[in-house]
Design a protein around this ligand. Structure first.
Ligand code: SF4
Ligand code: SF4
Length: 473
C-alpha cells in the first residue's frame, strides 16, 4: 500500500499507486475542470502531488499545454531568475562489479580499458578543471568494493579540495557513487561533500531487476532506499534522477515525484536536485534497443511539469543533450548544467589520450568548451554562475529549503552569481567572453534585491578586479 512515510521502497514507490495514477491521468486527459484546478494550484508555486503532476503531463488540451510551459517559465524566473549554475563531472574509476546493461562500464565489457586514477592523477585532472574555470564538481565512480573502496573516494575528495592552482579552487564536490551504508554516508558528510547524487535509473522494479542482472546494484530495495540511509548519515542534500529511455517516461515521472514526496514526508526535506539524463550511445550500447526513448517535445514538457511540481528543487541537465536541445529546455526550469565535460576517466588532463578517450561512459552531445558554454548562456540572456556558497555557509537540508520556500534564497543567488562570474571573467575568459560578461554584470547589478547587498557586491567586484578571490553571501 502507498505510504510516503514508510522507509520501505515498495511502500513509498508503490507500483499499484503508480499504475492507478497512470490510469487516472489517462482518464482525465481532457477534463477541463480538473486540469484548470490543478493549474490554479500550481500557480500558487507550492508544488503538486504526483497524481496532479501526471494529469498535467498527460494533458491533451493545447491551450492548457501552452499554459503549462508558460507557468514553468514563470516559476523558473521567480525561483532561479536567469541564473544557471555550472559544474563538471570528474570520473575517478570505471572499475565496476555491476552488470547494468545500458552502461559500458558493466563488468562483462572486456573492450573497456579499466582505469583508476591515482591521487597524483586526480590532482592533474583537478588542475585542468580549475584552469577551465570550474569551481563545482560531481565525482563519479564505478562500484567496486575492493578497487574503489570508500577510503579511496574519501582520499580523492581530500585531494580535490586541497589542490590549488593559480587562483583556482574546487569549492564544492558533489558525489555520485553507488548506494552504500549509513556509516559510509556519514564519512562522506564529514569529508565535506555537497550533494549526494544517485540515479535510480528506473523505478519500475521488474525492469530494474532485468536491467541490473548482476552485482550488488541488482537489489532494488537497497538502491531505492539509499537516500534514506544518506539522510540518516547526515547528508541532507540529496539528488534524484532517472535515466529516461529505460522505461516508460510517464511511469518514471510519477515514481520520481513519489520519491520526492517520500523524502519530504519522512525527513521534512525534498530532494535538492533532480537530474534528467536521457540514454545515450556508448561503447557496445545502442540506445535504439531501448524502446522507451522520448523525443525533444515530450522531454520539454516533462521538464516543465517537474519544474511546476517541485519548484524548490534544482533541475540538472548534462552534456548528454545537444546545444539546441539544451537551448530549448533551459528556460522551462533547468537550474544547473555541465559544461566542457569529459565522460572518460582521466579525460581532462589529456583529452587526446586514446586510453582515456576509449573509457567514456557515454558520448557527449555538447562538446563545446566551458568558455563557449559561458558565452552562449550570456548571449541567451542567462547569468552563468559558479556559486558554491550555500553548503559552505551551512545552508543545507531544511535550512536551505526554508530559504527557498520563502523565496529568500534569491537574495544570495544573484550576488553570488555575479561575483563568481566576475572571478571567471578575470581568470579564465577569452577577451570576447570577458567583454560580454562585464556588460552583463553591469546590467544585472540593479537586480540585486537590496541596497546593502548591492554595496557589498560593488566593493567585492572591485576587490576581484584587484586580485582578491572567494567572496560569498
Ligand atoms: Fe557500474 Fe554505474 Fe555503469 Fe552500473 S551505471 S555499470 S554501477 S558504473
Ligand atoms: Fe546555489 Fe546557494 Fe549559490 Fe544560490 S546561493 S546558486 S542556491 S549555492
Amino acid at each position: 500500500m502507498y505510504n510516503p512515510h514508510s522507509s520501505r521502497a515498495d511502500e513509498f514507490i508503490c507500483h499499484r499507486e503508480v499504475l492507478d495514477s497512470l490510469a487516472y491521468a489517462e482518464k482525465n486527459r481532457t477534463n477541463r475542470e480538473l486540469i484548470r484546478s490543478i493549474l490554479d494550484k500550481a500557480g500558487q508555486y507550492r508544488g503538486l502531488s504526483h497524481r496532479e503532476a501526471l494529469v498535467l503531463l498527460d494533458c491533451g488540451i493545447d491551450e492548457f499545454n501552452r499554459e503549462i510551459l508558460d507557468l514553468a517559465q514563470r516559476i523558473k524566473e521567480e525561483f532561479y531568475g536567469n541564473r544557471i549554475v555550472l559544474f563538471a563531472p570528474l570520473y575517478l574509476s570505471n572499475h565496476c562489479v555491476n552488470g547494468c546493461v545500458y552502461c559500458p562500464y558493466h563488468s562483462r565489457n572486456v573492450h573497456m580499458p579499466r582505469i583508476k586514477l591515482t591521487q597524483e592523477e586526480i590532482g592533474k585532472e583537478v588542475i585542468a578543471l580549475q584552469d577551465m574555470g570550474h569551481k563545482r564538481l560531481a565525482i563519479e565512480s564505478g562500484e567496486h568494493p575492493r578497487i574503489n573502496p570508500i577510503e579511496y573516494i574519501l582520499e580523492s575528495i581530500g585531494t580535490i579540495y586541497n589542490t590549488k592552482h593559480r587562483n583556482g579552487a574546487i569549492r564544492r564536490v558533489n558525489v555520485n557513487i553507488a548506494a552504500t551504508t549509513v556509516e559510509n554516508y556519514r564519512k562522506l558528510k564529514d569529508a565535506g561533500i555537497g550533494t549526494y547524487i544517485l540515479f535510480q535509473e528506473t523505478y519500475h522494479q521488474l525492469s530494474y531487476e532485468s536491467l541490473h542482472p548482476t552485482g550488488p546494484k541488482h537489489n532494488y530495495s537497497y538502491h531505492t532506499e539509499a537516500m534514506d540511509r544518506a539522510m540518516r548519515g547526515g547528508v541532507d542534500d540529496v539528488g534524484l534522477g532517472v535515466l529516461f529511455g529505460l522505461e516508460q517516461h510517464r511511469y518514471e515521472f510519477t515514481a520520481l515525484l513519489m520519491h520526492a514526496e517520500h523524502l519530504e514526508a519522512a525527513f521534512g526535506v525534498g530532494p535538492h536536485t533532480i537530474s534528467v539524463p536521457r540514454i545515450r550511445k556508448a561503447d557496445g550500447i545502442d540506445p535504439d534497443r531501448f524502446v522507451n526513448g522520448i523525443d525533444d517535445d515530450a522531454f520539454v514538457k516533462l521538464v516543465a511539469c517537474l519544474r511546476i511540481s517541485v519548484p524548490y528543487t534544482g533541475i540538472i541537465m548534462s552534456t548528454r543533450e545537444s546545444k539546441s536541445c539544451r537551448e530549448k529546455i533551459i528556460r522551462y526550469g533547468v537550474s544547473q548544467i555541465s559544461g566542457g565535460s569529459r565522460t572518460s576517466v582521466g579525460g581532462y588532463r589529456d583529452p587526446e589520450d586514446e586510453k582515456s578517450g576509449d573509457s567514456a561512459q557515454f558520448e557527449v552531445n555538447d562538446a563545446r568548451t566551458l568558455d563557449e558554454v559561458v558565452r552562449w548562456l550570456m548571449d541567451l540572456g542567462h547569468i552563468p554562475s559558479f556559486c558554491t556558497a550555500c553548503y559552505r555557509e551551512g545552508r543545507t537540508g531544511d535550512r536551505f529549503m526554508k530559504l527557498c520556500k520563502n523565496r529568500q534564497i534569491h537574495n544570495c543567488c544573484q550576488p553570488n552569481a555575479l561575483m563568481t562570474l566576475k572571478e571567471y571573467l578575470e581568470d579564465y575568459a577569452t577577451t570576447e567572453t570577458k567583454r560580454t560578461g562585464d556588460l552583463l554584470i553591469y546590467r544585472e547589478f540593479d537586480r540585486i534585491p537590496n541596497k546593502n547587498a548591492q554595496r557589498i557586491v560593488r566593493d567585492n567586484l572591485a576587490a576581484i578586479e584587484s586580485g582578491k578571490r572567494d567572496f560569498r553571501l
